[in-house]
Structure formats: C-alpha cells, structure tokens
Design a protein around this ligand. Structure first.
Ligand code: FES
Ligand SMILES: [Fe+2]
Length: 333
C-alpha cells in the first residue's frame, strides 16, 4: 500500500450508531465506532490489556468500552478509564493502541494511513458527484487492490471480457490510448475500433481530437470514475484489505431523474447493470498472478496498456516518496 494517503475504507451507512464495527484494512484489524456527535472513530482492534477484540465491546459515552474488563478508549486510542483501578486513579501513558484519523463525506469514510504530521488537507473526491443520486454495490475480490484498479484502467480487455455488454461490437484495435496525469489524477481517453486487417493503431500523440473521446479518471490511491455522460457516472473505490484481498464499492450515479420513486428505480437498474459488468471482470481478474501488481513482475505490456503503465510508474514514485516506518514494513506495498 502507498503510505501517507487518505483511503476510502467504508461506506458511511455501514457504521451504525452505538454499534462498533470490525474491519480488516491494510492487513490490520481495525475497530470503528461513532462518538456522541456521530463522528467516526478508528483504532486498532486489540485491547492493550489482554488482547481481546475491542469491536466486540460497546460504545459508552462516545468512547469504546472493552468487553473483557471495561477499559474505556477514546478516539486517539488512549485508555481513559480502568474500572478496576477506580475512576479516580490516573491511567498510565502506555495504556493505548494505535489510532487513525478519519474523514467522512459523500457517504464514505476515509482513514489516513500514514504519519499524522503529513496530513495537510482532507481527501480528494470527485466533488461534482454531490449533485447526483446513487446506488451502491459492495463486492469482495480475492486479489490485491492494485490489480482491481488496473482492471478499471484496462481498455484492451473490453471486447473480450465484456463481449456481451459494454464491449459489444468487436472493437479489438486500440488507438492510443491518450493518458494524461496531473499530480494524483489520471485521465485516459478511449478510442477502440473494429480491426479491418489493414489499420495500424494510432500512437497516443497521433490522436489530436482526444478531448472529444469517451474518458475515465483515476485518483490515487483508490478512487475512479467513468464518464458515461454528463448525467451518468459509474464510480468505484478499491479498498485494500490485505495483500490478497480487496473490497470494491461500485456506485451508479445519475442526475437524469429526480422524481423519488423513478429515481430509485433507475438507480437500482443502473446498479444491476454495473454488477453484471463487474462480475465479468471479477471472473478473470482474480486469476491474475502475482496477486499484487508492480514494476517488475515479468509481464510484457503493449501500447494499449498505457494507463496501466502510468498507474504503476506513479504508484512506484509515491511508494518511494512515502517510506513506511519499520514497524509497518510488512505492509510495504
Ligand atoms: S482485555 Fe480489554 S480490558 Fe482487559
Ligand atoms: Fe472491465
């Protein structure tokens, strides 16, 4: 995983009031709950007293109470009360677990996976989506999140994996694609055509009118959107669980229809279509080896893989520029 980043880790509605939640992210077991103002809190899911899972406990006055001996944790991971020692006794400094800064908006919860002092701004989101309504589908994939992301940057697979859906028409010849990266935002333009047997694909710099083409965007470390039209988007968040597992949140966004029941119906249909397409991807992508992508993994890439090449290159730069402290080194990619 890339260190020092905000990662979408959960949908807001999954974290209920008064009910702690255990999730695995970045190979770590985490415990989340909402404090009395409703803010999402996130700490390591292992009590520093005798190691039980804190998420089996309860929320008491906005804090998380361990189910075993009732130690109370605040959102910074510090124990504030040890009942057996009496409310009046001070709590030793060492009584604490790791905590994570959270951010919540757009129906998602992010956590900062990195050094606290490196946080300089809230996470990026495709803000225009605020005007859209949406439906969500959540899916577990047995593959590293980098592979799941690369699949959504892959313009070559469309006529094969999605023959019966979005890849209809046998457009196997891939012009370009044109790939533009501005800091952490990659935009890539798709120009696939039917192969007449005589044409050689255009190189990216030979496509002059690329801005009129269909395009998609990825923002590091883990969100993506597909511009179906001005009023319809498909969004995805690729949430790292561990080195071999990812949770994918797919959202169908639209602002074509605003009438309540019709809107729900359209969002539901949009979701079902997205699920069908995603399942076509999943069947193939989870078979990829190695399960984690990287710069030197023995693959022979082609011109059409340009968005994937750009993703790998910049991912590598971000990993190198954000060194993980040694106690976290097992999650180095
Ligand atoms: S194990 Fe958590 S309070 Fe004892
Ligand atoms: Fe696909």
């Amino acid at each position: 995983m890339i260190y020092n980043q905000w990662y979408v880790i959960l949908e807001s509605k999954e974290l209920k009031k008064q009910k702690p939640l255990r999730v695995k992210r970045f190979g770590e077991e985490l415990s989340l709950w909402r404090d009395y103002t409703g803010n999402a809190c996130c700490i390591a899911d292992k009590c520093c007293h005798r190691g039980v899972s804190l998420s089996c406990g309860s929320v008491v006055n906005g804090k998380l109470e361990c189910p075993f001996h009732g130690f109370l944790y605040d959102k910074t991971g510090r124990v504030t009360t040890i009942p057996a020692n009496g409310k009046n006794s001070p709590v030793p400094e060492i009584m604490k677990v790791k905590s994570y800064r959270t951010f919540e908006d757009y129906g998602f919860i992010w956590i900062w996976w990195g050094d606290e002092e490196k946080i300089n701004e809230p996470p990026f989101f495709f803000k225009e989506l605020q005007e859209f309504s949406y439906s969500t589908f959540k899916d577990d994939w047995n593959i590293h999140y980098s592979r799941a992301i690369e699949n959504q940057l892959d313009v070559v697979h469309l006529p094969f994996v999605h023959k019966t859906t979005i890849g209809r028409g046998n457009k196997t010849l891939v012009n370009g694609p044109v790939v533009k990266r501005e800091n952490e935002l990659i935009t890539f333009y798709v120009n696939n055509i039917v192969d007449d047997g005589k044409t050689i694909p255009l190189k990216p710099d030979e496509i002059k009118d690329y801005k009129s083409l269909f395009y998609l965007q990825f923002y590091y470390p883990n969100i993506w959107q597909n511009f179906i039209s001005d009023k319809i988007r498909v969004f995805a968040a690729f949430v790292p669980v561990d080195d071999e597992n990812t949770v994918i949140y797919i959202r169908y966004y639209q602002k074509l229809i605003k009438i309540p029941l019709l809107k729900q119906l359209m969002n539901y249909i949009g979701k079902i279509v997205s699920v069908v397409i995603l399942r076509q991807d999943k069947r193939v992508v989870v078979t990829q080896l190695p399960k984690k992508s990287g710069m030197k993994i023995g693959e022979h890439l082609i011109m059409g893989d340009k968005p994937i090449i750009e993703y790998r290159k910049h991912r590598q730069e971000l990993i190198q520029n954000n060194e993980i402290p040694s106690h976290n080194a097992e999650n180095s990619e």
